[in-house]
Each structure stands twice: as structure tokens, then as C-alpha cells.
Ligand binder design. Structure first.
Ligand code: PLP
Length: 453
């Protein structure tokens, strides 16, 4: 893809705007945005709802927090309401007879194919089940099989704490000590990002004793999009299993789990996939493991062969593919919420979203580096657009982050803060306008002038 800055320069000339901060430019970009219609598919909180007493209370707030909780797609209400109706009318019979054609006994299949498209997988490589940390445990139970000589797990030093806890507990589960069996990849002194070359060096040096390499696709704090294909290939060449936590990547960047030969992956659906708080999560198991029935797995009746599931026999016969890793009958309400949110993704593609995201986050990046001095704010997310998704993580200097954060919220601009000094800003392409980014920068300039004076 052409570098966003080159595209933006060309578009600035076409727009006839005087500068990138000129509203003519943002309007020009929004008018030609191929995804612009999708914004109306979402419920966007108003300024008044976010900051009571603010002027223009009925206008939309500026929402940059899809990296934490995506906005509510209007379709979700419809799908959930239908399930409540069916529950009321049919009760238990709705497992098999469903007026909208979604019998609950197969409800997870309604979201399987669309989820697979989002993560670049084949349908049978994906199962929609549980929640993220539970799925990480499920996958580790199957894929982490330490031996005396190959017992280590390689993760990021600053992995999301839940992943760190889960993986440490998996190591202990095998009566091993994380002090000996966990390798945490640290950034270099004074740096925030992990250099691919350093990760590859660790793999080269320790690969023979590493059982599993498990990183996040996109780092939650820095927004770094790891070079997934390269890391997967290098680790597998050393005989390691490679898994990815795609919490911040699914629905944000077009990953290709199948083609990149990833062993396993998991993700949640409440961030960029907009399925609602605590939404149902997903797993990927590469098709080459589809019939690997000797692998230990945590069994449950929903992973059992569909043809005999209701025969209630004691002999567990797992289904082929990711479906064979399911445990319980899934939550119908959260699955139907995901179905509603995926109906928006079906109107576009991850490639089209990425093309807009490149420009939108590129625009934000450009404005931040040109309008603010580095002794006020610095961006720790990679400058290279290929190595980030939509999120930029901004460090506010001199202990002023919370003041800035609260000031933004008072102006109905929602990002999120990570103490001590980072605000994460994620202009998600499905519902964010160029004008939102421009207004944010204008408001931030005003706040900075007041707070840093
Ligand atoms: C990278 C990552 N892993 C794990 C989690 C935990 O997710 P859950 O509470 O859904 O298990 C999160 C939550 O934000 C996350 O960002």
C-alpha cells in the first residue's frame, strides 16, 4: 500500500484545503470515504450523554475507544430482540425450531464463517466459544505439552496481565516453575517496542527449548503490530508451536491465520468486533491439527460429534477442527449480538477497512507530530504504518496525562488512559470520521495550551 503520508499529500492538493487542519480537508476525506455509510449502523453516544452540561449536547461524541469496547451496532438490538422473542414463544423447543432459522442447537454456526473471514481462516478452523482468557487456557491445555528438554514459553514481557497470569498458571499446572520455563521478551533499554530482530534472536538462541511462542498480534499498550508471519515461521522452524492473542488485532488488521500457518489463536469480540461487553470469543486451530485427536484437550459435550451428542454416551468423540475444542452450549444472546455486529463487517472487507485505517491513523499521526512538541507528547506506537493498527499510544510528559485525559472527557472525547502517562487513541475505520480526528487535534491543542502553558 502507498505510504499514508504520500496519499495524504496528494489528497490535500486535490481537496484545495489550505492545510491538514483545515476543515475543508477533513470534509473532503469524509465525502470520498467508501465506508462512510457504515457509521450510521452504530449508536454513537451524544456529547450530552458523555459530558452533561456541554454545548451542542445532541451531537455525537468523539469515540476513540474501540480498542477497549466497540460501539453498539444497531443490528445487535434487532438480533438479540429476536432471540428473546423466540425464547418467550418457543422456550426449550427453540433449540430445534426457530422462527428466524437459527435453531439454538447450532447457534454458533451462524457466526463461524463470518468470523473466519475476519481472521483469514477457513470456516472449520474457527470456533466461537467462551471468553478470551478461558480460550487461552483451553488452547494451552492442548498445545503446551512440555518435555524435559522443551518446556519453555516465550511471551512479551508486557503481555496483557491476564495472558501472563494464564500462561504462568499453565506452566505451574505441569509442575514447572515459571522462573525456569517462562521467557519474557523485553524491549531494549529506553525503548517501548520490541524489535523483530530481537524476537528472532531469542527464538534462534532458545528455540530448541521453547514449546510455545505466544504473543499478542497487536500489543495492547504500545499498539505495535508484530510481524506475525515472520515470527511464526522462525519459531516453527525451531520446532515451536506458535499461538497468537488477537484481542487487539481481530477486526482491526487483516490477519491471515491460515496462510501464515499459525498453530492456534484466540480473540475477544467486544473490542474491534463490537459485539458488546463480555461478548463471546473465538479460537483458531490450523487445519493441520484438525484431526489431531491424540492431543490432550479439555473436553465438553459441545466439542463432541454432533451426530451422537444427544445420545448421552460416555465415550468422548471430538469433532474435527476447531469445533472439537468447544466445551459448553454457547450463550445464545452473546452469539446473536456477535451475529449482529458481524453483519456490519459483511458490508465491507478487512482490506477495505485497512485501506481507510491507513489513511485515518496516518492523518492522526501526521497532525500529532506536526502540531505538538515532543516535550509535550510523544507517540510510542510504531511510525511505520505496517507495524500498527488503528491505535496510537500517546505519552504525555511532565505528569500531565490525567489532566489531559479528564479535559478530553469534559469535551466529550473518549480515549482511554493507561497509567502512568499513556492515552490510547483508536480511530476505528468503521465509525470514525476524518473530521473527528481533526476536531480532536484542535481540542487537544487548546487543552495543551491551557495545561502546559
Ligand atoms: C490482549 C488481551 N488479552 C486478554 C484480555 C482479557 O480478556 P478477557 O477478560 O475477555 O478474558 C484482554 C482484555 O482486554 C486483552 O486486551
Amino acid at each position: 500500500m502507498t505510504a499514508p503520508q504520500d496519499q495524504l499529500n496528494e489528497l490535500l492538493a486535490q481537496s484545495k484545503a489550505t492545510s491538514f487542519l483545515d476543515s475543508t480537508f477533513a470534509t473532503y476525506m469524509d465525502d470520498r470515504d467508501p465506508l462512510k455509510a457504515l457509521r450510521s449502523e452504530f449508536v454513537i453516544p451524544t456529547r450530552g450523554e458523555i459530558a452533561p452540561g456541554i454545548d451542542h449536547p445532541d451531537e455525537s461524541c468523539i469515540y476513540f475507544c474501540g480498542n477497549s469496547l466497540g460501539l453498539l451496532p444497531k443490528a445487535v438490538a434487532r438480533y438479540v430482540k429476536e432471540e428473546i422473542q423466540v425464547w418467550g414463544e418457543g422456550a426449550v423447543n427453540s433449540h430445534f425450531k426457530h422462527r428466524f432459522g437459527r435453531p439454538w442447537v447450532r447457534i454458533e454456526e451462524t457466526v463461524q464463517e463470518q468470523s473466519a473471514r475476519v481472521v483469514g481462516a477457513k470456516k472449520d478452523e474457527v470456533a466461537i466459544m467462551n471468553t478470551l482468557t478461558s480460550n487461552l487456557h483451553t488452547l494451552f491445555a492442548a498445545f503446551y505439552t512440555p518435555t524435559a528438554t522443551r518446556h519453555k514459553v516465550l511471551i512479551e514481557a508486557k503481555a496483557f496481565p491476564s495472558d501472563h497470569y494464564a500462561i504462568e498458571s499453565q506452566i505451574r499446572w505441569h509442575h514447572l516453575d515459571p522462573k525456569d520455563s517462562l521467557i519474557c521478551q523485553e524491549p531494549r533499554e529506553g525503548e517501548f517496542l520490541l524489535r523483530t530482530e530481537d524476537i528472532l534472536e531469542t527464538i534462534e538462541k532458545h528455540g530448541h527449548e521453547i514449546a510455545v511462542v505466544c504473543f499478542s498480534g497487536i500489543q495492547f499498550y504500545t499498539g505495535q503490530y508484530f510481524e506475525m508471519e515472520k515470527i511464526t515461521k522462525a519459531a516453527q522452524a525451531k520446532g515451536c508451536i506458535v499461538g497468537w492473542d488477537l484481542a487487539h488485532a481481530a477486526g482491526n488488521v487483516p490477519v491471515q491465520l491460515h496462510d501464515w500457518n499459525v498453530d492456534f489463536a484466540c480473540w475477544c469480540s467486544y473490542k474491534y468486533l463490537n459485539s458488546g461487553p463480555g461478548g463471546i470469543a473465538g479460537i483458531f486451530v490450523h487445519e493441520r491439527h484438525a484431526n489431531d485427536f491424540d492431543r490432550n484437550r479439555l473436553a465438553g459435550w459441545w466439542g463432541h460429534d454432533k451426530a451422537t451428542r444427544f445420545d448421552m454416551v460416555n465415550e468422548f468423540k471430538p469433532m474435527s477442527g476447531a469445533a472439537g475444542f468447544q466445551h459448553s452450549n454457547p450463550s445464545v444472546l452473546t452469539t446473536s449480538a456477535l451475529l449482529g455486529s458481524l453483519s456490519v463487517f459483511e458490508q465491507t472487507s478487512m482490506q477495505e477497512m485497512r485501506a481507510k485505517s491507513f489513511l485515518l491513523t496516518g492523518y492522526l499521526h501526521h497532525l500529532l507530530v506536526t502540531e505538538f512538541s515532543k516535550d509535550v507528547l510523544d507517540i510510542i506506537t510504531p511510525t511505520d504504518p505496517e507495524q500498527r493498527g488503528c491505535q496510537l499510544s500517546l505519552i504525555f510528559k511532565r505528569g500531565k496525562m490525567m489532566e489531559i485525559f479528564e479535559g478530553l472527557e469534559a469535551r466529550a472525547i473518549i480515549g482511554d488512559e493507561r497509567k502512568p502517562d499513556v492515552i490510547r487513541i483508536a480511530p476505528t475505520p468503521l465509525y470514525t470520521r476524518f473530521e473527528d480526528v481533526r476536531k480532536f487535534v484542535v481540542e487537544l491543542k487548546d487543552l495543551v495550551a491551557k495545561i502546559y502553558n
